[in-house]
Write a new protein. Structure first.
Length: 213
């Protein structure tokens, strides 16, 4: 039986990766230059200060691999959903072990604060648009009683969440963010209409799975 695969937004990730790497390298240049100038003072105090800046430089360099990993730019599936399991990045979990999934969609500003507030509330009341890029976070139950969260950012995020709902996942959140504003969606996936006009809540899980695979 085939699975449904979801991929990174490569264009967006390339843009974000370039932005953050540029900022890190620029900061590295200024910190490194400052450390060299201070070290030229050739006294114990300047050496201590230069050494402290050297630690900051090491920390900045250590951040680079995480930035590269956070924004993948290869056409490799980040999420793969099959009838009973979900593979997130390189970890496979049973759908029955997923306690909740949270989808977060970032919106662009449409104007002033009051306009943005109106926009985010109106958006949160509607069905999420197809094809949106967003964060899909999985809260996983573990045997030790502590929850584990698996994070991913994919294109076609609403389709992935709807797929999980069709497979029986009932606990989910849809969150919209716009700058410092955030709003939980009041739209419920069970209200989604199929091509023949039926609500997903009126279709059995068996029939929903048949539609998917």
């Amino acid at each position: 039986m085939e699975s449904k695969k979801f991929y990174p937004d490569i264009a967006l990730n390339k843009s974000k990766k370039l932005k953050y790497l540029s900022l890190l390298l620029l900061f590295l240049f200024f910190v490194g230059g400052t450390a060299i100038v201070i070290a030229l003072g050739k006294n114990s105090k300047s050496y201590v200060m230069a050494g402290s800046l050297g630690i900051i430089i090491i920390f900045i360099i250590a951040l680079i691999p995480s930035v590269i990993k956070q924004y993948p730019t290869k056409q490799v599936a980040l999420i793969e959903i099959s009838p009973k399991e979900v593979k997130v990045q390189n970890e496979t979990v049973k759908i029955s072990d997923i306690s909740k999934v949270r989808m977060t969609i970032s919106l662009n500003s449409v104007g002033k604060k009051d306009e943005n507030m109106k926009f985010i509330k109106e958006t949160a009341a509607k069905k999420p648009e197809e094809g949106l890029t967003g964060d899909l976070d999985f809260v996983i139950r573990q045997k030790n009683g502590k929850d584990k969260v698996l994070y991913s950012t994919i294109s076609n995020c609403p389709e992935a969440l709807t797929t999980l709902y069709k497979l029986g996942l009932k606990h989910y959140e849809i969150l919209y963010s716009l700058g410092k504003l955030s709003e939980l969606s009041t739209f419920r996936l069970e209200e989604t209409l199929t091509e023949d006009g039926k609500k997903l809540s009126d279709i059995s899980k068996k029939d929903r799975v048949k539609q998917l695979f």
